[in-house]
Design a protein around this ligand. Structure first.
Ligand code: ADP
Ligand code: GLC
Length: 484
């Protein structure tokens, strides 16, 4: 049992996105689901995020007209709005120049050059707001590099405001590759001063926000035990393994959960027909509906391979695309929804041109398509180069669309490889090598089981559908840190 009574725990959760308000990836899903699960465990978890005013389409209310912060040598003024989503209290930091933009982090090609200023404001404003409304949290929970200045600012606040003396900070690394690296020129703006040294925010003469956040936070975690192990290694630490090593006694992996109220084929509002473990026949209608929507002809003798992904190197496309080419060439249908790097987008345009009746290709971001693909496909491909946790493999297990994953990070922790001696406990297909050959061979292994061992395939589908990754369990792990 925690030292502190759970019902009294207070958490200030700083994030750059939140599903249901505005989301680009898994961080948004977590920022919605974790505070919600914490609330259910009677933690007063409140979220602070930017007011992405061009993108947020929900009722908001201004609660503070003017909040002035001065993290370094520049004063920045902002306003604070609030909104609620499923009883989660969300504070929105409004700044016309920094946050009134059509996208969250980039202009579609390049990152916004002033990202460091934008997210410096987020961290500074979150702590200023907490003081202003007298919300003294047990823990400031910072997410990714966008909130990685908050541990430093909190350490300073503790020295001048005794109310915050006991507040601790936790930095969650959702993706160790993105570190918020910028020119040392911004030191003054951020007020780094004594924190600009080789163990903290300085990295080869540049600013590295994530690195400093690891150093200054009381605890650091990442989103799966598997990825935590990788971050501690030279090859898997994205250049920061020493920072993780130095934090080893206060660094751990906590697996993300799955939001089953959103991802459930029994209730999903986007799919053609609801289905469940006891009524799998309807899953076929979801496949038919998806294929028909794109004017293509269904072929029940072959599995449909699905993908829902940001199109980036992280997700393994560099070696998966040649494998996808081979699969399409031999008549296997693939359904992809994705957006991201221009080169990868063009590769899919080209594949669509080459195989118009075999590839379902939706360029862009679409919640509806993501759900339709999860339900409509038979096998779900995630060949990631690295994967801190990954959520889609959890969704696809729930939807009985067997994940084909590379054995890294959270994928390794959540997918049980098909085992001929124990297929009832298997939940997908796992491979090691980051190569086109390995992707192709693994997909073909899934195709073979689908075509030639249908009873076993169905057993694995059922065992995958029965697996659960509850947010409640993850939230309990976070509570241990908040109340340590
Ligand atoms: P990451 O955060 O690295 O992108 P995750 O697997 O943790 O990977 O989470 C990705 C989330 O974003 C999932 O909810 C997935 O369904 C969603 N997603 C990714 N790309 C798209 C897209 N093009 N359209 C709709 N949803 C998407
Ligand atoms: C990141 C990771 C992904 C993880 C998500 C949520 O975007 O790439 O693996 O699931 O954050 O933690």
């Amino acid at each position: 049992m925690s030292k502190k009574d759970k019902s009294k725990l207070k958490v200030l959760f700083i994030t750059s996105e939140l599903a249901g308000i505005t989301k680009t990836g898994g961080l948004g899903d977590v920022s919605y689901a974790l505070p919600k699960a914490l609330k259910a465990l009677r933690v007063d978890a409140r979220v602070v995020m930017p007011f992405h005013s061009m993108l947020i389409k929900r009722p908001v209310k201004k609660i503070l007209d003017s909040l002035i912060v001065k993290p370094g040598n520049v004063e920045i003024g902002c306003s604070i709005y609030e909104t609620k989503i499923d009883f989660i209290q969300v504070y929105l930091v409004e700044h016309q120049i920094y946050f009134h933009r059509p996208r969250l982090y980039d202009d579609g090609v390049n990152e916004y050059p002033d990202n460091i200023e934008r997210f410096c404001l987020l961290s500074a404003a979150a702590l200023a707001l907490a003081q202003k409304i007298n919300f003294v949290p047990d823990c400031v929970h910072c997410n990714d590099w966008q909130a990685a200045l908050a541990p430093l600012y909190l350490s300073r606040l503790k020295k001048v405001n005794s109310k915050f003396k006991k507040t601790k900070s936790l930095l969650t690394v959702h993706n160790g590759h993105f570190q918020g690296k910028h020119s040392a020129f911004y030191q003054g703006f951020l007020g780094l001063n004594e924190a600009f040294h080789m163990y903290a925010y300085e990295d080869c003469g540049h600013i590295n926000l994530l690195k400093g956040g690891i150093f200054y936070s009381d605890y650091t975690n990442t989103v799966s035990p598997g990825y935590a192990e990788e971050l501690l290694t030279l090859g898997g630490g994205h250049g920061l393994y020493m920072a993780y090593q130095q934090k080893k006694d206060r660094f751990l992996g906590i697996l993300n959960g799955c939001s089953y109220e959103i991802w459930n084929p029994k209730t999903d509002k986007y799919i053609a027909k609801h289905y469940s473990i006891n009524n799998l026949a309807n899953k076929r209608h979801c496949k038919l509906d998806l294929v028909k929507q794109f004017g293509l002809k269904n072929d029940d003798t072959k599995p449909l391979i699905g993908m829902v992904s940001r199109l980036t190197e992280q997700k393994g496309f560099n070696y998966a695309i040649p494998a996808i080419y081979r699969l399409l060439a031999q008549g296997i249908m693939v359904a992809v929804v994705g957006d991201g790097d221009l080169g990868l987008v063009n590769s899919f345009h080209h594949l669509k041109y080459l195989f118009p009746d075999k590839l379902i290709w939706w360029h862009g971001y679409s919640e509806e398509m993501a759900h339709k693909i999860e339900a409509g496909c038979d096998l779900f491909l995630m060949p990631s180069l690295f994967e801190p946790c990954g959520l889609n493999q959890m969704y696809s297990q729930r939807y009985g669309s067997l994940p084909l994953v590379r054995s890294v990070g959270g994928l390794k922790d959540t997918v049980r490889n098909y085992d001929i001696a124990n297929f009832q406990n298997s939940s997908g297909f796992v491979f090691d090598e980051p190569s086109a050959k390995a992707v192709y061979n693994t997909v073909m292994w899934g195709v073979d089981v689908y075509q030639n061992h249908r009873d076993k395939f169905l057993s694995v589908v059922k065992s995958a559908m029965a697996k659960r990754y509850y947010w409640r369990e993850s939230a309990r792990e976070y509570i241990k840190i908040y109340s340590a």
